[in-house]
Structure formats: C-alpha cells, structure tokens
Design a binder for this molecule. Structure first.
Ligand SMILES: NC(=O)c1ccc[n+]([C@@H]2O[C@H](COP(=O)([O-])OP(=O)(O)OC[C@H]3O[C@@H](n4cnc5c(N)ncnc54)[C@H](OP(=O)(O)O)[C@@H]3O)[C@@H](O)[C@H]2O)c1
Length: 243
C-alpha cells in the first residue's frame, strides 16, 4: 500500500462486500478513506483496521441513508475529521424484491430513497465542500438495462442512477467530474444457489462472474480519469453483448 496522501474519499456502504473492496482499492492507491456504514459497525471497524494495518489512513462514519437528513450530516462529519473531501463513491444500496403486481408504495419509496435519493443528496452535499478537480463515482447496476424478474424497482432506481450521473456531470462541470460504474454479477448474496451463479456465468461472454476488486479498479480509474465525465462504465464481462 502506498503511503496515505491527503486526498480523501468517502465510500458509502464500505463495511462489507463490494463497498469494502472499493475502500481497500482506494487505500491501496494512497487515498485516505472515510468508511461509511449503517448496520455493519464491526465490518467497518475491520475495514479501517485492515487499511491501517497496511499503512493507510481511514475512519468509520455511521449513517442511515434512508434518512433525508443523513447525507448533509455525513459529509460534514467527514470534513470535520479529515479537513477535506476529494472523492465520493456512492456504493450503498439495497436489493429489495419488488415483484410487479405485489409492490407497495412504501417499498417503492424505500428503494428509491436509498438507491437513488441518497446518492443524489450525497453528491449535492459533497459538491458544496469539494475543491475543483474532485470527482464522484456512482455505483449503478447492469439491472438498470436488463430486467430481472422480481427486481423492477431496483432496476428503475439504478437506471435513475445512470441518468443522474449525466445530469450531475453537466451541472457540476467543470470543477467536479461525475461518472458511474455498472457492475454485472460480481458477488453473490450469501446462500445464493451455485447453479444460478453458473447459469449467469455461462450467459456472460467472459464466462465467469466478476469480482468486487474489478469494480474497485474501475472506480479508482474513473476517480483519476481527468477528461472523463458523465460516463457509465460497464464492468459486466460483456454481458450486454448477449442481449
Ligand atoms: N453484488 C453484485 O454482484 C452487484 C451487482 C451489480 C451492482 N452492485 C451494486 O454494488 C453496490 C454494492 O453491492 P453489494 O452487493 O456489496 O451490496 P450489499 O451486500 O447489498 O450491501 C449493501 C450496502 O448498503 C449499505 N446499506 C444498506 N442499507 C443502508 C441504509 N439504510 N443506510 C446506509 N447504508 C445502507 C449496507 O451497509 P451496512 O451493512 O453497514 O448496513 C451495505 O454496505 C450496490 O450499489 C449494488 O447495487 C452489486
């Protein structure tokens, strides 16, 4: 791991799984990392300990991003702790089942509040304190373009994330770049049937599912890609080519 510089990145949902891999990936490249979590306090503490153990710098921040007031408060806490904010990675999201015909208004609102409204409010709050040259990366999803039975609202919210990326990029240029990554299947939920993973891999041109580290590499690339804004980079093994 390179010696931590002063560049500071806030990664939401960094207490476990993909968000944690993004936090590690940035720390390895010398970013100081604000490790956001909600329920995964232990996981977030482990993320910080692992980063510090490799010579990096990080701290945990807890916030329930279903609350509309949380984004402003979270950004203020990060700036109070680190003195600056140079990057925001919006990774926290839910994947609630919302079959068409059975979905309630409350479920719809909950998915949109966490997966779309929170990244928007966080981007707004971050942009207010970021210096020119800063960047935002939103974590989208292949399901924005590929309907998966039972997950319509998730897909709609993630399509919103891809659209939001373009709108924010236009609104925040030239000072702040805004991009997105759209992962394919990179990490199965616990207990996910192996044969379902194998079917997904077989339907992917690169013939495997991805890894959280491959998403983290794409996020790190976009944070430093000084002439790219408003783009959504697919990290999906070419899955879109088969549709
Ligand atoms: N896994 C994949 O294959 C895949 C594929 C495509 C896209 N993605 C996207 O990649 C990102 C990470 O995926 P993942 O599989 O690691 O997700 P995950 O396992 O479902 O984790 C969800 C994350 O969101 C956070 N979160 C949930 N509710 C929250 C709340 N109310 N307030 C604040 N944070 C909350 C969780 O934090 P706590 O645990 O601390 O509560 C956790 O870190 C998501 O945006 C997802 O849509 C993943």
């Amino acid at each position: 791991m390179s010696v931590p510089g002063t560049r500071t990145a806030l990664v939401t949902g960094a207490g476990r799984r993909v968000g944690r891999a993004i936090a590690f990936g940035l720390a390895e490249r010398g970013w100081r990392v604000a490790v956001h979590h909600h329920g995964s306090s232990e996981g977030a503490a482990e993320t910080v300990a692992a980063i510090e153990g490799r010579g990096g710098e990080a701290a945990t921040f807890r916030a329930d991003l279903l609350s509309a007031a949380a984004p402003d408060a979270l950004v203020a806490e990060v700036v109070a702790r680190f003195g600056r904010l140079d990057a925001l990675v919006n990774s926290a999201a839910s994947m609630l089942r919302t079959p068409v015909g059975e979905t309630t208004a409350a479920q719809f609102d909950e998915v949109v509040a966490l997966n779309l409204r929170a990244p928007f409010l966080l981007a707004q709050a971050a942009a207010r304190v970021m210096s020119p040259g800063s960047a935002i990366v939103n974590v989208g999803d292949h399901m924005a373009d590929e309907p998966v039975p039972g997950y319509a609202v998730h897909g709609v919210a993630k399509a919103g994330v891809h659209a939001m990326t373009r709108h924010l990029a236009a609104a925040l240029a030239p000072g702040i770049r805004v991009n997105a990554v759209a992962p394919g299947f990179v990490l199965a939920p616990e207990g996910y049937p192996p044969d379902a993973i194998a079917r997904f891999a077989a339907a992917t041109p690169l013939e495997r599912i991805g890894t959280p580290e491959e998403v983290a590499d794409a996020v790190a690339f976009l944070l430093d890609a000084t002439y790219i804004t408003g783009e959504t980079l697919r990290v999906d093994g070419g899955r879109r080519l088969r549709r």
